[in-house]
Ligand binder design. Structure first.
Ligand code: FAD
Ligand code: PHB
Length: 394
């Protein structure tokens, strides 16, 4: 039972215990700044939620720096390239060679979340799980509030700053008056069916395949666990995808002799690009999916969430040391990286998916672009350096 919080206070109120909210709480703790994280779901739910799998070098470096790297360094799979497959052939993009030895680490988002929760638990500061009716108030004052109910009782948390880390369906972003922000948006006419299967991956590196029947991706989570994605209708029902259909479609689109295993999870994700500018209103600062969404083809969403909270934690450290220039620059600083990732994710998505009703002309352009990436060092470097992440250079 949590104490009556009707008059509870903290320095930073954090809405949402996804990677953004949990990592922010951890970084602030390292700076001696108190925070409270409020989350609508249960701990078991957020630890089981399967999402991203690719960590950029900058994300890995930050997690190690702040003491969260131990299990990731042991269990994460370091990759130095990916394969692009189209027109029945595979082409390797060699990250090491094209980006001075850099690479990516395949380590599930839910594993990052588990590591973060273990750190929060060790600090005696677990999020308040299963809160409801969350709202934010007094954003333009210097004592904003987060209101919520827990166990049927109403509570209020007063703080100096609110971090809106509540993802794409949260309450923080819609609490900003429409006139105070501009939103940029694109919906794609397809989704991804994500599959987790208990079988050793049939490839060492990720395979991104463009096929006339639609996009397919072969990823992984461990030497025993494979992760796959298939382009599907945006509102597809996973029940229309029995296991036999999934394996057949994967084999055709990936042009690969796949090993099969029990499918233990499947779900559909719609694809969207979205940015809100600025990522701040008064004392509310948005981070991660609350502020921007990318289609997952570029593997950027989690990495952007981590990059945002790195900037926000440093800005809050300076704020409590007496200077608010960092908070003032927060949105502009983050948006430079966000727009680079938006472009890269849109570009990868456009190049690799089948567009319903698409014309021969667009298909020819896609293939020409893919051949250019596969055959030109300059074009391959563009893909490689965006994929591994531009680090501190942006
Ligand atoms: P979230 O993880 O969405 O966390 C928000 C939290 O807020 C949730 O726990 C939610 O329950 C909680 N919440 C919501 N509303 C409220 C409320 N009102 N009050 C309190 N709490 C609330 N990214 C990559 O970088 N690499 C990849 O390979 C990749 N692959 C992906 C594959 C798929 C299929 C999908 C769906 C996404 C993928 N992403 C990837 C994107 C990545 O998963 C997200 O960008 C990431 O989860 C963002 O983290 P977040 O903390 O901002 O938001
Ligand atoms: C994943 O492993 O979940 C994954 C990998 C690459 C992507 C998206 C998701 O682009």
């Amino acid at each position: 039972m949590i104490p009556n919080m009707s008059d509870m206070q903290t320095q930073v109120g954090i809405v949402g215990a996804g990677p953004a909210g949990l990592l922010l709480a951890h970084l602030l703790h390292g700076h001696g700044i108190a925070s409270v994280v409020l989350e609508t779901r249960s701990r078991a739910h957020i630890e089981r939620r399967i999402r991203a799998g690719v960590l950029e070098q900058g994300t890995v470096d930050l997690l190690i720096e702040c003491g969260l790297g131990e299990r990731m360094q042991r269990e994460g799979l370091v990759h130095h390239g990916i394969e692009l497959r189209f027109s029945g052939r595979g082409h390797r993009i060699d990250f090491s060679e094209l980006t001075d030895g850099r690479g990516i680490t395949v380590y599930g988002q839910q594993e990052v979340v588990k590591d973060l929760l273990a750190a929060r638990e060790a600090a005696g500061a677990l999020p308040r799980f299963e809160v409801a009716d969350v709202s934010v108030a007094d954003l333009e004052s210097d004592r904003p509030a987060v209101r919520f109910t827990y166990d049927g009782a109403e509570h209020e948390l007063r703080c100096d700053v609110i971090a809106g880390c509540d993802g794409s369906h949260g309450v923080c972003r819609p609490s900003i008056p429409d006139a105070a922000v501009t939103t940029y948006e694109r919906e794609y006419p397809f989704g991804w069916l994500g599959i987790l299967a208990e079988v050793a991956p049939s490839t060492e590196e990720l395979i991104y395949a463009r096929h006339e029947r639609g996009f397919a991706l072969h990823s992984m989570r461990s030497p025993e666990l494979s992760r796959f994605y298939l382009q599907c209708e945006p509102d597809a029902d996973p029940d229309d995808w029995p296991d036999a259909r999934i394996w057949e479609e994967l084999r055709i689109r990936l042009a690969l002799d796949l090993d099969e295993g029990p499918i233990i999870e499947k779900g559909v994700t719609p694809m969207r690009s979205y940015v809100v500018e600025p990522m701040q209103h008064g004392r509310l600062f948005l981070a991660g999916d609350a502020a921007h969404i990318v289609p997952p083809t570029g593997a950027k969403g989690l990495n952007l969430a981590v990059a945002d909270v790195r900037v926000l934690a440093a800005a809050l450290r300076d704020f409590y040391a007496g200077t608010d220039a960092g908070l003032g620059a927060y949105s502009d600083t983050c948006l430079r990286r966000v727009w680079r990732a938006e472009h890269f994710s849109w570009w990868m998505t456009s190049m690799l998916h089948r567009f319903p009703g698409g014309h021969g002309f667009e298909e020819k352009l896609q293939l020409s672009q893919l051949e250019y990436v596969a055959g030109s060092r300059a074009a391959a470097t563009t893909l490689a350096e965006n994929y591994v992440g531009l680090g501190q250079r942006i």
